[in-house]
Design a protein around this ligand. Structure first.
Ligand SMILES: [Mg+2]
Length: 316
């Protein structure tokens, strides 16, 4: 925060210069512009959280600048101090109502201005630490702590959105549900800590097989993971499942897995998004179909991929 410059908006060159000199002497960096729109242009390029603005200026004045900032969206809070020759109570009320956080009249006392800037910085620092904490809580609330892939909560929220999008654009959607084979034996034989390492390595292996920013992995429960593949036909998803199965086989030789060889079974299903099946499947219906496919892969001997189209689709 202390590294951020202060944005001064002042049309009078002499006033601007005096203010700039004072702030630079106090250790601040300064960006100086002559009217409101220029300030907004700067804000659009780089975020500056602290602004001292004059009221009366040609072009966009200080009040309009305050209002525009309050109606906009920025990466953090913008603290605005109005510094103006307008000095009636009515002016002050009008300035605060326009969205200014503080109001100082000209001619100003330098020490008072610097003290008020300290207040502004204190509030901005508090706001930014609260915002970072909220972002971290948000991040943690949707991730599985052990494997760092999305959790069930996120799956329940996001998958219906993927189904709707698939319907809207008429694009296919596929799911891969996979489960480590005989995972209980890994836990029994090597202990749960090793089991956890294997789970985390499996999750990274799955993530390594998908398209970044499009497909996503979630922990469905225990040693089960659900991979969502938007814009992917069933055939493509089966290939992804096969690739995951092969990569897992190669992982056994690496230290990350503690040189433990594990296999997994994969159930793949998909909804074509267009054609003869215009009704989108429900979240439950789609997952159930993937579960059926997974069950079949287990029945047929594990360490394999089984593909089943969505129940509403044409039989293949
Ligand atoms: Mg002026």
């Amino acid at each position: 925060m202390i590294d951020d410059p202060i944005l001064i908006v002042e049309d009078d060159p002499v006033s601007g210069l005096i203010l700039e000199k004072l702030l630079v002497k106090a250790g601040y960096q300064v960006v100086l512009v002559r009217e409101g729109q220029a300030a907004l242009n700067i804000l659009a390029e780089r975020f500056i959280p602290l602004i001292i603005t004059d009221w009366m200026m040609p072009g966009m004045d200080g009040l309009a600048l305050c209002r525009t900032i309050r109606s906009g969206t920025y990466p953090g809070y913008v603290y605005v101090i109005l510094l103006t020759g307008k000095d009636t109570k009515q002016d002050l009320v009008q300035g605060l109502e326009a969205g200014a956080d503080d109001y100082i009249t000209k001619p100003f006392n330098p020490n008072e201005l610097l003290a008020r800037l300290n207040t502004a910085r204190r509030i901005l620092e508090m706001e930014s630490s609260l915002r970072r904490a909220a972002e971290e809580i948000q991040r943690l609330s949707i991730l599985d702590p052990l494997t760092q892939v999305y959790n069930r909560l996120y799956l329940n929220f996001r998958l219906p959105q993927e189904i709707s999008r698939s319907q809207r654009y008429g694009t296919p959607l596929a799911l891969v549900l996979c489960d480590l084979d005989h995972f209980k034996e890994v836990n029994d034989q090597y202990g749960h800590l090793t089991g956890d390492r294997v789970l985390a390595a499996f999750a990274r292996c799955l993530e390594g097989c998908i398209r970044e920013g499009i497909d996503w992995v979630s922990r469905f429960g225990g040693e089960e993971f659900l991979i969502v593949l938007p814009q992917t036909p069933l055939e493509g998803a089966c290939l992804v499942g096969e690739r995951m199965r092969e990569r897992l086989g190669e992982l056994g030789d690496q230290n990350e897995m503690g040189r433990i060889r594990v296999t997994a079974s994969f159930g793949v299903t998909g909804w074509p998004g267009t054609g003869s099946t215009p009704t989108p499947p429900s979240l439950e219906g789609l997952i159930q179909k993937a579960d059926e496919a997974l069950y079949r892969a287990k029945q047929e001997g594990r360490d394999r991929v089984c593909c089943l189209p969505d129940s509403l689709s044409e039989p293949r």
